[in-house]
Design a protein around this ligand. Structure first.
Ligand code: X2X
Length: 338
């Protein structure tokens, strides 16, 4: 299907054909494009705060022609549902974690190799650099479009309702929820835990009803999703750095006039850079806030965890899966891993 020009797009709205041809672009009135964006996070998370600002900006800069309509907090279904919606074009934008995108783009979660990134300098160097470009190319191949700036989820930390995790041995047999992602399962199996994949939409209830006793997420999520209500201990393992990939349905993206593409991308990318700063600021205060809410913190030495993963063959296995090229790019930013 050839891309349509803006005039065609706007002018053709009254006719039935464009609606059938471009179901992803919901057109409410002449000259009005509504882009649906779904995510899995509460409204108060910086991802949603900054997305709303981007939406305002897009509306203003297009004189109301383009509306980014946001559906937060799994309103459109869980991660797996939103992923298939954005693939089919039923959803125009989605911000999966690379962990979740892995079921579609196996190389996407290479950033989430256990204990790879030591700090944010390495993270943004890699994600704004060659590693990000490599991931972007893989994502484009499955018909999705990845916007330039990856948004921050954060360094993932383990929480439990039962006991602090100080050593890999403390994880033995622990029922821990991980995202729907082979890498998360593999990492916690290698550490002798008993991981279960659940969509984020199911996590609070699963913890509350003790289907699982533990989960792992960055502190801003533990705060905004109120996981402190159903978890007691936070062990600062920093085991994975995780980001949100601002992904557009390729079908939607191709149909957008070029000037709208540019404007939308700029608004979203600049909001993403601010969102990174929000998380950086939150990282200074969120531990204190969570302690105030009753959570108890400990900080394990990461070395024995890394060693346990190495012994279990985790790094060798994932190097093989991701391939030497991708692995080489990761190591370019984080140093040798295995
Ligand atoms: O599901 C999770 O744990 C979350 C919110 O961090 C992701 O989207 C991967």
């Amino acid at each position: 299907m050839k891309p349509i020009g803006r005039r065609t797009f706007i002018g053709g709205v009254a006719a039935a054909t464009p609606l059938l041809m471009f179901p992803a672009l919901r057109t409410r009135a002449a000259g009005h494009i509504t882009l649906k964006y779904g995510n899995n996070l509460p409204l108060s998370h910086p991802l949603n705060v900054r997305s709303h600002e981007a939406a305002e900006r897009i509306k203003k800069e297009t004189n109301g022609e383009v509306e980014l309509s946001i559906f937060p907090n799994n309103q459109l279904g869980g991660d797996t549902d939103m992923l298939s919606q954005v693939r089919s074009g039923a959803l125009d934008f989605f911000t999966p974690s690379a962990l979740v995108l892995a079921t579609l783009v196996p190389v996407a979660p290479i950033n989430a190799v256990g204990f790879a990134f030591a700090n944010y300098e390495q993270v943004w160097g890699a994600m704004d650099g060659e590693l990000g470009a490599f991931i972007r190319a893989a994502i484009e191949k499955v018909g999705l479009h990845l916007l330039e700036k990856v948004w921050d989820n954060g360094f993932r930390q383990i929480t439990t309702s039962t006991k602090p995790i100080n050593t890999p041995q403390d994880l033995a047999g622990i029922k821990i929820r991980v995202p729907v992602s082979p890498l998360g399962i593999s990492l916690f199996q290698a550490l002798s835990a008993s991981p279960t994949s659940l969509q984020f939409s199911e996590v609070y209830t699963a913890l509350q009803t003790h289907v699982v006793d533990a989960q792992e997420n960055p502190l801003p999520i533990i705060q905004t999703a109120k996981l402190y209500e159903v978890q007691k201990h936070v062990s600062l393992t920093n085991h994975i750095w995780d980001g949100f990939l601002f992904v557009a349905s390729g079908k939607t993206w191709k149909k957008l006039p070029e000037d709208i593409q540019t404007l939308v991308a700029r608004a979203i990318n600049e909001a993403g850079v601010q969102q990174r700063q929000d998380i950086a600021k939150l990282n200074d205060t969120v531990q204190g806030d969570l302690q105030g809410l009753g959570m108890v913190f400990n900080k394990p030495d990461p070395q024995p965890f890394r060693e346990a993963l190495r012994k279990a063959g985790f790094y060798a296995q994932w190097k093989e899966k991701f391939g030497a090229d991708a692995w080489g790019l990761l190591e370019k930013y984080v140093g040798q891993l295995a």
